[in-house]
Design a protein around this ligand. Structure first.
Ligand SMILES: Cc1cc2nc3c(=O)[nH]c(=O)nc-3n(C[C@H](O)[C@H](O)[C@H](O)COP(=O)(O)OP(=O)(O)OC[C@H]3O[C@@H](n4cnc5c(N)ncnc54)[C@H](O)[C@@H]3O)c2cc1C
Length: 459
């Protein structure tokens, strides 16, 4: 462990997606870097977020495919979920990636400091008795699960995503409070594992930030899967009993379940670490930054879930890289947050990039839209999925948004992202030949239709 020597070019506080990406890029650019982490390098995404949830979702997919195997002419019998095996698979993937990222940081000569850091001035972070001096400081302390006023997460009956990831059994029934990405993904996993699931969401739709038609398709697919939904309904309270919880809703309904998952969002981790004492502007817990992630104190930057941008690992990676390049004087462009792809990895998946039709209206665009139903896409039929690809374009102009729902559709967002970020016209994309049979053809078909030359479109 380092003894507080320095000064380093950069001291990064927090070794999650934002922090370690910044450290790696800075080291590549020849900067000396100390990376301070109190828990495990990789942070939420690797240990309590993206990766473990996606392993659970993959186990869920295998369970569903086993149950449905007869439809594909394969003889298999679903006998149940072995949670020990589910966790062993999850832990194997996480551990491998954890080792990988630690090795990568070491190979670039980054000093990893194990311990809890506290900002003790605009150029200094204390860890125990050691002080790490940096010409620049990057704050990357991330976020933690939030709750509602008066709703206490006890870790037994009332749990957060962190407890859910460690659950040693399949609950018989769960109420999921919050229909955002995290709530929807856990609802999907538990339903595939055999639980009775009800999602409670105060706003009128699941995934309220997505295109409304995508939310509606997801809601329909979830209803078909037997996932119950109480939408546009406020949570009122919860009582724990010997066997579970009784949740009361503002519409007078009560829901009995074994567990309540609280998935109402995540709050930035900014308290008690000396940020405000060092003069850094903090608003409602998040650190205020400009378009280059500079805080109100010169030389101090903040990235990732700590700032009020998209709470996504790849947004954190991008911010970390941009900050390293800014410090190195490379003058990187600011991030276009609309151009960051978003995926919810439930069954079906929901993916998008660019803006929604509501946002396009707010911004005064005259638009044209095309929705291509996956019913007309043979690969989607082979995968036995329903859903759609919707493209929103400026009238006589570039594509403004791509919104998709369907099993495995998330991988397609990469094409949507190239289209959006290169400001491509539908007619330009329509010239590109999509391989047959792939799900990407659905995107190609939508572009062909927008370009005035529809191929497999019934109307
Ligand atoms: C259940 C779940 C599923 C998710 N799935 C996805 C997904 O599929 N795709 C996606 O893009 N995003 C996903 N996310 C979001 C993603 O995990 C976060 O956006 C990302 O981890 C944010 O990175 P960060 O570096 O800002 O913070 P974090 O990853 O939270 O890292 C912050 C780090 O700072 C450390 N730290 C905090 N305070 C101190 C201190 N004082 N001293 C030293 N160290 C400190 C913490 O220990 C932590 O390791 C998911 C999140 C959750 C909870």
């Amino acid at each position: 462990m380092a003894d507080g020597s320095g000064p380093y070019d950069i001291v990064v506080l927090g070794g999650g997606s934002g922090g370690y990406a910044c450290a790696l890029r800075a080291a590549e650019l020849g900067k000396t870097v100390a990376l301070i982490e109190k828990d495990k390098i990789g942070g939420t995404c690797l240990h309590r977020g993206c990766i473990p949830t996606k392993t659970l979702l993959h186990s869920a997919e295998v369970a569903d495919e086993t149950r449905e195997s007869a439809a594909f002419g394969v003889k298999a019998r679903f006998e149940g979920i072995d949670m020990e095996g589910v966790h062993a698979f999850k832990d194997k993937i996480v551990t491998r990636a954890w080792k990988g990222v630690q090795g990568l940081l070491k190979s670039k000569g980054i000093t990893i400091v194990e311990g809890e850091g506290r900002l003790v001035g605009p150029t200094r972070v204390a860890v125990g008795n050691d002080v790490y001096e940096g010409r620049n400081i990057v704050l990357a302390t991330g976020s933690a699960p939030r709750s509602l006023p008066g709703l206490e997460i006890d870790g037994e009956r009332i749990i957060s995503s962190e407890h859910a990831l460690k659950l040693d059994r399949v609950p018989s029934s769960v109420v999921v409070l919050g229909g955002g990405v995290i709530g929807v993904e856990f609802a999907s996993v538990w339903r595939s594992f055999g639980a009775e699931v009800t999602i409670v969401e105060a706003l009128p739709h699941l995934l309220p930030l997505e295109e409304e038609s995508s939310s509606k398709l997801l809601e329909r697919a979830f209803r078909r899967r037997g996932i119950k939904q109480e939408l546009g309904v406020f949570f009122e309270g919860v009582k724990t009993t010997d066997t579970g919880v009784v949740v009361t809703l503002a519409n007078g309904k009560t829901l009995d379940a074994e567990l309540l998952l609280v998935a109402v969002g995540r709050g930035a981790v900014s308290a008690g670490m000396g940020f405000e004492e060092a003069g850094i502007a903090v608003e409602r817990g998040t650190v205020v930054v400009n378009e280059h992630c500079q805080t109100s104190v010169p030389g101090v930057y903040a990235v990732g879930d700590l700032i009020p941008t998209l709470q996504l690992a790849h947004a954190g990676f991008a911010e970390g890289i941009m900050v390293a390049e800014h410090i190195a004087g490379l003058n990187p462009p600011a991030i276009d947050y609309d151009g960051i792809p978003r995926i919810t990895y439930s069954d079906p998946e929901v993916a998008s990039v660019g803006i929604t039709s509501a946002q396009a209206r707010e911004r005064g665009y005259e638009t044209v839209e095309m929705t291509y139903d996956l019913a007309g896409n043979p690969k989607s039929q082979i995968l036995q999925t329903q859903g759609a690809v919707k493209v929103i374009a400026q009238k006589d102009g570039p594509v403004l948004g791509v919104h998709m729902v369907g099993r495995r559709i998330g991988e397609l967002v990469t094409e949507g992202q190239l289209i959006y970020n290169w400001e491509a016209l539908p007619s330009e994309v329509a010239q590109l030949i999509h391989a047959h049979p792939t799900q990407s053809e659905a995107l190609g078909e939508a572009m062909l239709a927008l370009a005035g030359k529809p191929l497999h479109v019934h109307n």
